[in-house]
Design a binder for this molecule. Structure first.
Ligand code: SF4
Length: 303
């Protein structure tokens, strides 16, 4: 797709989020995550999946959850409790697609994951590979979305887009998934203020390089809002983008972060060329390719 003007994009965002209906994307078949132990819950007779390592329990088949986690504190962002769970019951989202696949990007690459793709974006990156998420979508209740996600029996969930933070009810969705024991990833373009995102959510934030056509939208304040587990991603189209990204890493001391991701634009910049640049500069970043495109092809949706 070619670049488009953001002003026009903004108009479309309002129309879409106001309730436009359209095709709902499909997805691949669901299934449990190998290596998890399923057992019958003593009283409900329903199944619980033990989540290794994180001390939380994910209940994929128990239907919508109510209330906050049992800790009593509830999900928080910057120390401020989010909206009441009763409000979340009425929350609505415009959803492009929900599907179960392999994580193709981020520090979680290779892990089975459920993806919730929300509709609308106010950027128009030149190399965007999900333009169908700009407008296509169906209005759905957060309860309905959580129930579908739980049905996959997978405790790793990514909320993506489009730009997922454009829809205010994405926050109740994050709260509900966290309350259900999921590990929640959020893919964001980095231009929307992150301060309301719950601290437990793993943010994978883009810094847009010049080749995207949207680098003027970078919200630099967001770098200070990242927690230790959050990740910064640069999608790199050419040498100029690489040098820009390298400069940002150095100026903002990003090398100290556990995950700084350098990803070549698929089909534009050969990954081996980016690898050579990283090695030559001894840059402590992580080269990543979009694994799902190598597994299923660049044009395949719902993977
Ligand atoms: S921010 Fe993401 S969804 Fe929006 S135009 Fe850029 S790549 Fe596409």
């Amino acid at each position: 797709m070619g670049p488009a003007r953001c002003a026009a994009a903004g108009k479309n965002v309002v129309e879409v989020l106001g309730g436009a209906a359209g095709a709902d994307g499909g997805g691949r078949a669901s299934g449990g995550e190998p290596g998890w132990s399923r057992r019958a819950a003593p009283r409900s007779g329903k199944h619980i999946v033990e989540v290794p390592g994180n001390g939380r329990r994910w209940s994929p088949l128990t239907g919508p959850l109510t209330g906050r986690p049992e800790s009593g504190a509830g999900p928080r962002w910057n120390g401020v409790p989010h909206r009441d769970a009763k409000t979340a019951d009425a929350a609505m989202l415009t959803v492009n697609e929900i599907f179960y696949s392999i994580q193709g990007e981020s520090d979680y690459t290779g892990r089975p994951c459920v993806f919730v793709r929300l509709t609308a974006c106010d950027l128009r990156c030149v190399w965007c590979d999900t333009p169908y998420a700009f407008h296509e979508g169906r209005r759905r209740g957060v309860e309905d979305v959580v129930a579908e996600v739980q049905g996959y029996g997978c405790p790793l969930v990514e909320i993506t887009g489009g730009e997922p933070l454009l829809q205010p009810d994405v926050y109740p969705l994050m709260d509900r998934l966290l309350a259900a024991g999921a590990t929640v990833l959020l893919e964001t373009g980095g231009h929307v203020n992150l301060e309301r995102v719950p601290a437990e959510v793993v943010k994978v934030m883009d810094v847009k390089c010049p080749g995207s056509g949207e680098s003027h939208r970078n919200a630099w304040d967001n770098l200070a809002r990242l927690a230790g587990h959050d990740q910064v991603k640069f999608v790199i189209a050419d040498r100029a983008d690489y040098e820009y990204a390298r400069g940002v890493v150095q100026r903002h001391a990003l090398a100290a972060r556990p995950a700084v991701l350098f990803s070549p634009v698929h089909g534009v910049l050969p990954p081996e060329r980016l690898a050579d640049w990283v090695l030559a500069d001894r840059l402590p970043v992580r080269l990543q390719v979009q694994l799902h495109k190598y597994l299923w092809g660049a044009e395949t949706r719902g993977v």
